[in-house]
Design a protein around this ligand. Structure first.
Ligand code: FES
Length: 247
């Protein structure tokens, strides 16, 4: 991630101009129908040393963050510890259907979703995150079938939206009008490598960058907030990516 000490409003204006140039260079990222898969760069997931991230390096139940399909849009990477099935039929808030591709890896248990809440777009920053994965039940004293008791949910404590990462991030509870945008992953068994190759429900990302572009540009200290992730993207444990979990 580029760092600059002299980032200011003048640079932000330049960022807006740069964003237009990036989109012109890669129009597929702007042509985002709400719902269908939007192919993006095939990007290999790597660790902080830029080595291929092996599936076994992921701790079951922990959340990780990487940026995709833009260098500024955060996504969760999670090993649920249980196989998932492809084919969950979902739809966006304006009724466009899509089909989730399911988990990948040796146990088909590794999934990835945008970390931007579909309600009011709360997202993890370096200082704090109001949205995260909860592997353990939040209510361990009164077992039941509700999401509090079952765990394995993505929870946004801004207003209480709950998503099911084993079912394409379908909304289980709260005000979110649609699932989290989903990242299509591929697993190359020969390389033991994970790749991100596209996004479903991706128009949320454009709305996010339009609404939060100024904050994103400041946080990332870079001019080109819509620059596509290319070749590799670094995966960080959530505990390192964001200093504080708010919920
Ligand atoms: S922003 Fe996540 S529930 Fe409102």
């Amino acid at each position: 991630m580029a760092e600059s000490d002299s980032f200011d409003r003048r640079k932000f204006i330049k960022a807006c101009v740069g964003a237009g140039a990036a989109v012109a260079a890669d129009p597929s990222l702007m042509a985002q129908p709400a719902g269908e898969l939007v192919p993006a760069e095939r990007v290999r997931l790597v660790d902080a040393d830029e080595k291929t991230l092996l599936p076994e390096a992921l701790a079951v139940g922990q959340s990780y963050v990487f940026h995709y399909p833009y260098v500024t849009t955060p996504c969760f990477l999670i090993d649920l510890g249980l196989p998932t099935e492809p084919g969950a039929e979902l739809e966006t808030s304006d009724g466009r259907p899509y089909r989730w591709s399911g988990g990948v890896g040796p146990g088909r248990s590794i999934v990835a979703f945008s970390a931007i809440c579909a309600h009011r777009m709360s997202y993890p920053t370096r200082n704090v995150s109001f949205i995260d994965y909860r592997h353990k039940p939040m209510n361990t004293e009164a077992p039941g079938n509700d999401w509090w008791s079952r765990g394995q949910v993505i929870y946004c404590c801004s207003e209480g939206s709950v998503y099911d990462p084993s079912d394409g991030a379908r909304v289980l509870a709260g005000p979110a009008p649609q699932p989290l945008a989903a990242v299509r992953l591929e697993y190359d068994d020969d390389e033991k490598a994970l790749y991100a190759t596209g996004v479903y429900g991706g128009d949320m990302l454009e709305r996010f960058l339009t609404e939060f572009g100024f904050q994103v540009a400041l946080a990332h200290k870079r001019d080109d907030i819509r620059h596509p992730a290319r070749n590799v993207t670094t995966v960080w444990p959530m505990s390192e990516y964001s200093r504080t979990g708010a919920c």
